[in-house]
Write a protein that binds this ligand. Structure first.
Ligand code: GLU
Length: 611
């Protein structure tokens, strides 16, 4: 009963924009004037909600409420997604923001089709194939590359925001950035998870005075209960609201970005590699409208992001392989026990990663069409044994259009690829049936560690998603650095349609585990009879063609034991990814689901909750 009342209140709050109650501990000195009080922390952390009128699932209740406010006032899913992601720039600044990029997948209810925007960062014209090699010709130390100007790609999120509003929205950028500006001005109350993330990054943030000034007040990580105000970031939002994204791509913000990249302002005694970005790089930046990758899974249509994200194709190949395993064994996934389900799942994702690592990157002629084909999946499935894990690494396949029941396997071992573990995924749906699945990132949690002085946002380190050197000995590598190129991603915002109607949208954070988490949620919900929040919260496994990552509660279970007995090499990983999803089982009815516990739990909300 209490829960019901809390939820009802949550959805009814016109929120962020009203003063919030602040615990006494949040203010050491006299409380600020009402309009300076922090926002949002009174909102309940509710992982799931069902009802009507539109829905949002994000990692943070403040961002979710921003989206709900927009939906309530008649905004589209695109309007709400832009406003909420800008808010995430304030309350989840280590995972996303205008200093990074992302991928936006959108079901347009009027046009009845799925379209995408590629807002991945680009390499400056100065970057070349050997940029991440040291003087000895060996790959540079990864952490050195991360915390540097060299790793910063030309950011794409602002270009996505503008394009999403232009193509799918009804509101202006000026309106859309207003809540974010207000939250940055008034501040939000830091929670345990934010404080812990700051502490984890404290050492590298301390290298950059502009970053330390925001997140390490008095030289220490922001503590739970601290009201974090970000006046420089608020000023940046104000500037963007009055001048538009030109202030970034061809104006003072961009100039400050270029200065920071080329001359990182470091603490005394610290030097980091410089980048070589120019205003010409920024002016040339375009968010690209792209056709989604499409595939089918058990009669449903699955839409995902094309290259430079490998996410769409790898999720599709995983699902195709699971279909093939059903054919080979005669037992549908829904009828298997938990061990067989996860065994099949791990085999499928490991196989998909073998192909991703060999074939995918921001290059012309990557054989994505073939990788998505059922024939390729049938050939790739032939190594599957229902009783035993295939030895890792599984060799990559030959997506050449000539498939036999068991094709020749190529040789070649995948080398370690550099992928971080951060990012945020936002899912939004509106009353008209539009759906946005938007994954955005600054790469590592905390990006390059560099806040742009005077502007208050962190810059990405996305270029470390390039392979520093060829990944597979003796094979061409589609993911080497090059001027203007976009580094390969794993981000996998996904929308599933049933006879043309969206029924599920999902995506995740967590570097390469994004692909496995997204596919696990899709199969958990569609095949395993889990509720949506059950599918999001279920213990995860991530087999990416090396040792299989597994969460402790699964590792310690009988299922984990049985999987090890089948030959799955395992490495315990405390948390695999953070995800959000929305299910639309009937027209006008929404279930939003976020993480119940991972990362402190996320926030699912609907406009008009029903229970
Ligand atoms: N850079 C990663 C990717 O695009 C996302 C960041 C992360 O989650 O580590 O795949």
């Amino acid at each position: 009963m209490t829960r019901t009342v809390t939820l009802a209140l949550a959805a009814a709050l016109p929120l962020l924009l009203t003063p919030a109650l602040v615990p006494a501990s949040a203010h050491a000195s006299p409380p600020p004037a009402k309009d300076r009080e922090p926002v949002g922390h009174e909102l309940p952390h509710t992982a799931t909600m069902s009802g009507r009128g539109g829905a949002v699932a994000s990692v943070d209740p403040v961002a979710s409420q921003v989206a709900i406010d927009v939906l309530e006032r008649g905004g589209t899913a695109a309007d709400a997604a832009v406003a909420a992601t800008a808010a995430l720039n304030v309350v989840e600044p280590y995972a996303t923001g205008m200093g990074g990029g992302g991928f936006f997948v959108y079901y347009d209810a009027k046009k009845k089709r799925v379209q995408t925007i590629d807002g991945r960062e680009t390499a400056p014209a100065s970057l070349h194939e050997k940029s991440f090699l040291g003087p000895d010709g060996k790959p540079m130390d990864f952490d050195t590359a991360v915390n540097s100007g060299l790793s910063v790609g030309v950011p794409g999120n602002l270009a996505i925001w503008q394009q999403a509003l232009d193509r799918f929205g009804t509101r202006s950028l000026r309106q859309s950035l207003a809540p974010a500006q207000r939250i940055a001005e008034r501040g939000f109350v830091v929670d345990e998870a934010f404080s812990a993330a700051t502490a984890e990054n404290a050492e590298r943030f301390a290298q950059f005075p502009a970053t330390a000034a925001v997140f390490l007040p008095g030289g220490k990580p922001v503590q739970p209960g601290h009201v974090l105000r970000q006046p420089d970031l608020a000023k940046t939002f104000r500037l963007l609201r009055s001048k538009g994204i030109g202030a970034f791509y061809d104006g003072p913000i961009g100039k400050a970005v270029v200065d920071t990249v080329n001359h990182p302002a470091t603490a005394k005694g610290v030097t980091v590699p410089r980048g070589g970005m120019t205003m010409t790089d920024l002016r040339a930046y375009r968010a690209l409208p792209k056709k989604p990758v499409t595939s089918t899974y058990k009669g449903l249509d699955v839409y995902g992001m094309p290259l430079p994200s490998a996410g769409g194709a790898a999720v599709a190949e995983t699902l195709n392989l699971l279909e093939q395993y059903e054919k080979r064994t005669g037992t549908p996934l829904s009828k298997t026990d938990g061990v067989q389900y996860l065994h099949r799942f791990a085999e499928a994702t490991a196989t998909a990663f073998a192909d991703r690592d060999r074939w995918m990157g921001d290059v012309h002629g990557a054989p994505v069409g073939e990788i998505l084909s059922k024939g390729f999946a049938a050939e790739r499935a032939c190594g599957f044994d229902p009783a035993k894990a295939q030895a890792r690494p599984i060799a990559f396949g030959q997506p050449d259009g000539r498939y036999i029941s068991c094709g020749p396997l190529a040789s070649g071992k995948p080398a370690k690829v550099n992928d971080g573990a951060s990012t945020t995924h936002l899912t939004v749906a509106d009353r008209w049936g539009n759906v946005a699945a938007y994954t955005s990132t600054i790469e590592q949690f905390g990006g390059s560690g560099m806040v742009v002085p005077g502007y208050g946002f962190l810059l990405n380190n996305q270029l470390t998603d390039f392979n520093f050197a060829p990944a597979i000995k003796g094979e061409p590598d589609p993911n080497l650095p090059a001027p203007g190129k976009r580094p390969r991603s794993s981000m996998a915002p996904t929308i599933v349609l049933d006879h043309g109607r969206p029924v599920l949208a999902a995506g995740a954070a967590g570097g390469p585990t994004i692909i496995t988490s997204t596919a696990q949620i899709i199969t958990g919900y569609l095949d395993r009879d889990l509720t949506l929040v059950g599918a999001v919260g279920a213990p995860r496994i991530s087999s990416r063609n090396t040792a299989t990552d597994i969460e402790p509660r699964l590792y310690d279970s009988k299922t984990g034991e049985a999987l090890r007995a089948m030959g799955h090499p395992m490495k315990v990983k405390e948390i695999i990814g953070r995800a959000t999803a929305i299910a639309m089982p009937a027209r006008g009815w929404f279930t939003a689901a976020a993480e119940p516990t991972r990362g402190g739990g996320g926030s699912g909300m609907v406009v008009a909750p029903k229970w």
